[in-house]
Each structure stands twice: as C-alpha cells, then as structure tokens.
Design a protein around this ligand. Structure first.
Ligand code: ADP
Ligand code: NA
Length: 324
C-alpha cells in the first residue's frame, strides 16, 4: 500500500473549487493508501498573519476538511507544528539544497513581488520545508495542483541529493495531478474560482440563501454568441454534473440547452439547489465540530501522535546517516 502526504493551508474560504479539485480526491485516496494530511501552519507563517487568530484558523481548516470527508479512522490528520521534526529535518535538508534552486522557484518570485516589503528567508526556504513534510513520512505519492509541480520536482531533487551524499534514505515522491474538474470564478468564468477573489466562489459553509444569491449572479454569456457554449455556462454545467448525484437534472438541462430552450436562470437555480443539498451535511458537520473544540483537539492530538511516531523513526535514521 502506498503512502500519500498532502499539506493543507490554514486559510479560510474553502470553496467548491477546492472541494472538487482537491478534497474529493483526498477523500477517495484515503481508502486506497495510508494517508497523512497536515495543516501547514509553519508554511502559513511565511506571509504576514495575525497570531491572535492563528490557532482558530488552524482548527477551522481541520474542521472543514473533516466535515468534507477526511476520516480520522483512515487518515492521519494533524497540525504541522505539533510535529516539530518537520522543522528539524528541513534544517538538515537545507544543507543539501543549492540556493540557486530556491531562487528560481516561480512561487518564490511571485510571492517576493507580492510581499516586496517582507521577503523573508522563510518564503525562500518554503520548498525545503515542503520537502521535509513529504520525506519525513517517506511518502511516495503527493497530490498536487499545477502550481505545486515545481516544488515537488525540487523535493525529488533534494531527496536525490540527500541519498547521494548520505546513502539511500528517502524514496522520490511522485506527483499525482488532481483529477477533479477546474472550477471557474462565478463572476469571471475566464479565471479560476479562488478565495482571493471575493464573489468568485461559493464557500463550503455558505448558508442556502447565500448560495442561491451567488449562483443568481453568475456570469453566463459574455461577448457575442459564437455558437459555442460560453465559459460561464460550461462552468455551471460542470458544477451541475458534480453536484447532481443522480444526473437527471444535468441530462435534462443539457438536452434543453441543445434544443435551445434552456433559460439560464433555470440552470443557475438547479446548480444552487443541488449544491445546497450536497453541502448541507458538510456545513452541519462543520458547525458541530467548531462547537466542540475539545473533540477537534483530541482528533488533532491523536493525529500528531501517530505522525510523530513515524517522523521520529525517520529522524533516527537521518541522525545515523548524517552523523548527528
Ligand atoms: P485558492 O486559489 O482559492 O487560494 P488554493 O491555491 O489554496 O486555492 O488551492 C488549494 C487546492 O484546491 C489545490 O489543490 C488546488 O489545485 C485546488 N483548487 C483551487 N482552486 C480550484 C478551482 N477553482 N478548481 C479546482 N481546484 C481548485
Ligand atoms: Na488511509
């Protein structure tokens, strides 16, 4: 059985794009593989944040992923800083990582531009910590979006360099590109749905009326009609196909579209109602978890215990290899 690792940013606004593109895949994979999912609070410190709010954000990130289907009986879910060996291994891996490799990372260059007033070393070293996250569990599979492919390639390079210097220790983790559909912004179907664009998304925890409102405002036809389905309409059909479990409404509205009798408001409302139905149990479980922080803390403490046992075993081997 393979082992999978994935990091989860403790950012709010988890939306249906994240659900379809990432979380649903993780939920499927936890049945096939031994899985480690980590709320990456160390990573989140590389950009300005509010310390007084940080633990709450971390707990909420755990809660939404549990509510959406990560199962502590199948998955080790934990908080990165609860397993400080990640930071320890990152230091050691940093000593076999060429500076030039870090400086040419696209995400570093982007973030250095975005946060020009605070280009800290953490931002530069981010991919080393990510390599440590993965390698400390000797994960062989890492589900990644396009934007993380370069970092994973560097993690493989770091594993190779460590193995070359100190002897074979780490497997080279393989990327598994997320298989889910790419969901576009409701307000601008030419760009992807993102938490950083207000109005572009439906959050997993949005109440029904909010979901209806957001769908009603979705952009359908932009520019002149070309005879081809517009990106906004295509996006709504993608969402309907995902959230209409039986597929009956999807097929009926698709037929109406082909026959030229579809009213877009019908499509928007159908997407809204199916989404509301599918998201309702997720929102209920989320509210339940947030109302019981003790339960959440227990899940995360048990996750950290399990993760730490594996991490310590790897570190023993690393001490041996490196002469520490
Ligand atoms: P955001 O763009 O909202 O900040 P993240 O970059 O935090 O989202 O992405 C978290 C995960 O969700 C990644 O695996 C990413 O590939 C996936 N994801 C993000 N946005 C979408 C989307 N619009 N459609 C499909 N998957 C998405
Ligand atoms: Na599992």
């Amino acid at each position: 059985m393979g082992r999978i690792f994935s990091g989860i940013q403790p950012t709010g606004g988890v939306h249906v794009g994240n659900y379809v593109g990432a979380i649903q895949n993780w939920v499927r994979m936890q049945d096939e593989m031994e899985s480690f999912f980590c709320i990456v609070d160390y990573h989140a410190m590389t950009v300005p944040y509010d310390p007084s709010d940080f633990r709450r954000r971390v707990r909420e990130a755990a809660a939404i992923n549990l509510a959406a289907g990560l199962d502590p009986a199948k998955t080790t879910l934990f908080v990165q800083s609860h397993v400080p060996e990640h930071a320890e291994l990152a230091w050691i891996l940093g000593c076999v990582t060429p500076l030039g490799e870090l400086q040419r990372m696209t995400q570093f260059k982007d973030k250095a531009r975005q946060h020009a007033e605070n280009v800290n070393a953490g931002l530069l070293n981010y991919p080393i910590l990510m390599a440590a996250d993965i390698l400390i569990y000797k994960a062989d599979t890492v589900p990644v979006g396009e934007d993380q492919v370069q970092h994973l390639e560097l993690a493989r390079e770091i594993a190779r360099r460590f193995n070359g210097t100190f002897g074979p220790t780490f497997p080279e983790p393989q990327p598994r590109l997320t298989a889910g559909a790419r969901i576009m912004a409701l307000t601008d179907p030419e760009s992807k749905m993102s938490k950083s664009v207000p109005g572009s998304y439906v959050a997993l925890t949005d109440p029904p009326d909010e979901i209806r409102r957001r769908l009603r405002r979705a952009v359908t036809d932009t520019g002149p009609t070309t005879g081809e389905m517009s990106p906004g309409v295509r996006n709504l059909f993608t969402l309907l196909e995902v959230f209409d479990a039986q597929g009956d409404t999807f097929r009926a509205l698709r037929r109406a579209y082909d026959e030229g009798t579809l009213r877009y408001v019908e499509l928007k409302d159908a997407v809204a109602e199916h989404m509301i139905e599918q998201l309702r149990p997720i929102r209920e479980r989320y509210e339940e978890l947030v109302a019981h922080p003790d339960r959440l803390r227990t899940i995360l403490a048990e996750g950290a215990d399990r993760a730490r046992r594996v991490a310590r075993t790897t570190m023993e081997e690393v001490y041996e290899r490196t002469g520490l």
